[in-house]
Design a protein around this ligand. Structure first.
Ligand SMILES: NC(=O)c1ccc[n+]([C@@H]2O[C@H](COP(=O)([O-])OP(=O)(O)OC[C@H]3O[C@@H](n4cnc5c(N)ncnc54)[C@H](O)[C@@H]3O)[C@@H](O)[C@H]2O)c1
Length: 451
């Protein structure tokens, strides 16, 4: 589901408050002992997660916290409509979440707030004794933030899972299945990125989330309220996890492999200024702003096992959405944009096969089992799996399939790319958050059809 459709559906949800019933996920059995969850941030992303939680028989949502009355009101409508009990609501000031953390017997928390809050909220939750933290993308802002979260999770034996949904995209998982079955041979090079025209997200009119107006900060709403500032003050790959998450699974990063070094280049910054001028005229006050974020940020990463990775961050210019995956080995490759797979000896020489032919055949067991449940879940169904994985890990009291080392390595690309650009595109060392454990940790992500 794209953002525009989601906001339309959310508005619809509010209008349908009176409708009874909810569509429960059929494959999840009713449990006597429910997983007790809380949430900080029920903005547009948090509402996606909220809807999925409301459809599970095995979860009790104990409390939610947000500081935006409108977001809370939409969220209450989602809960009302589901027929579930209304959770306790915490609001009123930016630290109301700390009061919520004082609640007893909480199994897990889902954090969907602006990036600059993540570190503080994750560490606060860990120190409050919560053992399972599902956080939206980015652990923190600075490199030190990432170290702090890792050290805190280690000290308290807490599980911190980044809710990186693209790892569960159906084609991405079919490609993972093909990688694991050796179809591409030994992997050599990988590409991905975040190539998404966010101009209508970074600016709005303070009322509608997408497509109207040129405001941001206090005058904006939803992501325009906070995300755009990062384009004013920072220059680097601000959103690496959608691309790097799947790639990390393909080559077992932190589990027999690791990122070793990184360098980034940034193009000039034109797109956001150009958008404001075209949409709201050259005299609009925001037309004076100098955006620091280069329109295209290109990052190269070298890995311990000899693979190279190329990531691109491209959010300020007109373009159709594409994460631009490329998975290439000694026997063939997948290129997302070409919708093509080529396997030497199996494909016609020098010709692409339609990737659908291969992906239907190598559909991942998780998708085979849960495709009914994914219908209606956000982003083409993949959102179902992140919440499912978090909840099932809590039920089984086991490690989450993506852990704090994964989250730190993926999101640390942002500050590292900023440092590289600042130093004239210098290649810099990539820290090993596992402290050497990457050498003997084994892959655990999606090895079965369970979660
Ligand atoms: N994985 C994905 O596909 C995906 C998609 C969209 C957003 N995201 C991520 O989700 C997160 C949230 O993004 P969003 O689109 O929901 O933004 P949003 O602005 O719509 O929602 C953020 C919410 O956090 C609340 N908030 C801010 N400060 C708070 C505080 N101190 N205490 C309590 N609540 C607070 C805001 O009021 C708002 O409701 C970000 O990390 C974003 O990158 C991920």
């Amino acid at each position: 589901m794209n953002r525009k459709k989601f906001i339309k559906d959310t508005a619809l949800t509010a209008a349908l408050v009176a409708l009874p019933g909810r569509e429960l996920f059929a494959g999840i059995s009713n449990t006597q002992e429910k997983v007790r969850l809380t949430m900080i941030g029920v903005g547009l992303r948090g509402q996606n997660h909220l809807d999925l939680i409301m459809r599970r028989n095995d979860v009790e949502l104990v409390a939610i916290c947000d500081i935006d009355e409108r977001m809370l009101s939409i969220s209450k409508s989602i809960i009302d409509r589901s027929g579930n009990k209304m959770p306790q609501i915490f609001s009123g000031d930016p630290y109301a979440w700390k009061k919520m953390l004082a609640l007893k017997n909480i199994d897990g928390i889902i954090i969907s707030t602006p990036w600059e809050w993540h570190k503080e909220m994750i560490i606060g939750s860990i120190e409050a004794g919560i053992k399972y933290i599902g956080t939206e993308v980015m652990l923190g802002i600075t490199l030190q933030d990432h170290w702090d979260v890792v050290k805190s999770a280690e000290q308290y034996n807490a599980h911190v899972m980044m809710l990186e949904n693209v790892c569960y995209r159906r084609d991405v998982m079919a490609a993972l299945n093909m990688v694991r079955q050796g179809l591409f041979g030994e992997l050599v090079h990988l590409q991905g990125g975040y190539q998404h025209d966010l101009r209508e997200v970074k600016f709005n009119n303070g009322i509608e989330a997408y497509g109207h107006g040129c405001e941001f900060g206090d005058k904006g709403w939803s992501e325009a309220r906070w995300r755009t500032h990062h384009s004013v003050y920072r220059n680097g790959d601000l959103y690496p996890t959608h691309g790097i998450g799947p790639i990390a699974h393909y080559i077992n990063i932190n589990r027999g492999n690791r990122f070793v070094n990184i360098s980034s280049f940034s193009s000039k910054a034109r797109g956001l200024h150009d958008y404001i001028v075209k949409k709201c005229g050259p005299t609009h006050p925001n037309a004076k702003i100098n955006f620091k974020l280069g329109d295209i940020v290109t990052t190269s990463i070298g890995c311990a096992n000899g693979e190279t990775i190329l990531l691109q961050h491209d959010t300020n210019l007109p373009r159709p959405y594409s994460l631009g995956f490329r998975v290439q080995g000694t026997d063939g490759l997948w290129m997302d944009v070409a919708r093509g797979v080529y396997i030497e000896g199996k494909s016609k020489p020098h010709q692409w096969d339609n990737s659908k032919l291969w992906f239907d055949k190598y559909d991942h067991p998780l998708w085979k089992r849960w495709s009914n449940e994914t219908a209606g879940a956000g982003h083409g169904g993949m959102d179902f799996f992140v919440i499912h994985a978090l909840v099932e890990s809590i039920k089984r009291k086991t490690d989450t399939p993506m852990d704090v080392y994964d989250a730190a390595a993926w999101s640390a690309i942002t500050p590292l790319s900023e440092i590289s650009i600042e130093k004239g595109n210098e290649t810099i060392e990539f820290p090993d958050f596992t402290g050497g454990k990457w050498m003997y940790r084994k892959p655990v992500f999606s090895l079965s059809d369970e979660f």
